[in-house]
Design a protein around this ligand. Sequence first.
Ligand code: DQA
Length: 150
Amino acid sequence: MAEDAAHILNGPNLNLLGAREPAIYGTTTLAEIEAACREKAESLGLSLVFRQSNSEGELIDWVQTARAEAAGLIINPGAYTHTSIALLDALSAVDIPVIELHLSNIHARETFRRHSVTAAAASGVIMGLGAAGYPLALDALKRIINKGRA
Ligand code: DQA
């Protein structure tokens, strides 16, 4: 039997992790996060698609790909979290588990970051745990996928 696929999507400016505002986002690069996710996914028996885009349209296309191909989706929408009804609509059309993820605790930041437009379409949200949140999100996703089949 083919392995279940987890898709992890990263939004704008997350390609700069490690160098971008390290006091907020930490010093771990996106490539290092991807490597940790690959290790975790393998241990969970999941195949992994890991992507980053600065473009809202591309992220929406990838959500639609996940809808067709993945068993579960983890998304850090970056600043689109706070603005994108189009991304919310794409996520709302998905009937696989979705986990929204943020490196920082958006509730402890500027007022404009405290509301997530997209989280309404998520099964759960992980935030404020830095890069460590990504493998934790994969653990959580695997549990939700298994629970859905039990
Ligand atoms: C972020 C939080 C957003 O407010 C911000 O625009 C980001 C990263 C996070 O991971 O903490 O780009 O999603």
